[in-house]
Design a protein around this ligand. Structure first.
Ligand SMILES: Cc1cc2nc3c(=O)[nH]c(=O)nc-3n(C[C@H](O)[C@H](O)[C@H](O)COP(=O)(O)O)c2cc1C
Length: 179
């Protein structure tokens, strides 16, 4: 199948996840195009299915991802699609954090009008060593609230690659059933 992966990222974790999915799908014999929403992403037209991913920053998804979805809404709602949301909230394992992030996803889908057949929540990363002073401070506060790591001398990756693997397989199985 001809597949498209579109992603929006600030510190690169969503790109890592998108590339991981790309390799999995290629290894399964699919033809995959991958694009960052900020670098002239292609239209979904002509693809059999599309995966879109975005990280959350300050309770919001990447504006370029939102822009892409709004621009191609009609095309998107005509082919099988899935959304992967990347955040720290889901790494906490706290029910109220999960609910909060799920609400951000639900509101986003409602606002854009996009109807993906699958959505998932993926835990991202804390890249303390790459943040500037203020970002590091903010992230330390957020992480503390969520019971996460506060030692800012190192980075932490919370992404569960087995879960990413499962989601990607689930997606491709659903697409295959539809075609
Ligand atoms: C300035 C900043 C704000 C963030 N705000 C949130 C947030 O509101 N909720 C959340 O769950 N995660 C938040 N995060 C965590 C990111 O979602 C997480 O670090 C993710 O891995 C970033 O993905 P990216 O590298 O693809 O941008 C924030 C991270 C930063 C640096």
């Amino acid at each position: 199948m001809k597949l498209l992966i579109i992603y929006g990222t600030t510190e690169g974790q969503t790109r890592r996840i998108a590339h991981y999915m790309e390799v999995l799908l290629q290894n399964n014999g699919h033809q995959v195009t991958i694009a960052d929403t900020t670098v002239n992403p292609p239209s979904p037209e002509g693809y059999d299915a599309i995966l879109i991913g975005s990280s959350i920053h300050m309770h919001k998804y990447q504006s370029a991802v939102k822009h892409y979805i709004k621009k191609y809404l009609a095309e998107l709602n005509q082919i099988p699609s899935a959304f992967f949301s990347v955040s720290l909230a889901v790494a906490s394992g706290l029910e109220e954090e999960n609910q909060e992030v799920q609400k951000i996803t639900n509101d986003f889908l409602q606002q854009t009008g996009w109807k993906p057949m699958l959505t998932t929540q993926i835990a991202g990363a804390l890249k303390y060593t790459e943040y500037d002073y203020f970002k590091r401070l903010i992230m330390k506060m957020i992480s503390k609230k969520q019971g996460g790591a506060t030692d800012t001398s190192q980075d932490y990756e919370y992404t569960n690659w087995d879960e990413v693997n499962k989601f990607t397989n689930q997606f491709i199985n659903k697409v295959s059933q539809k075609s």
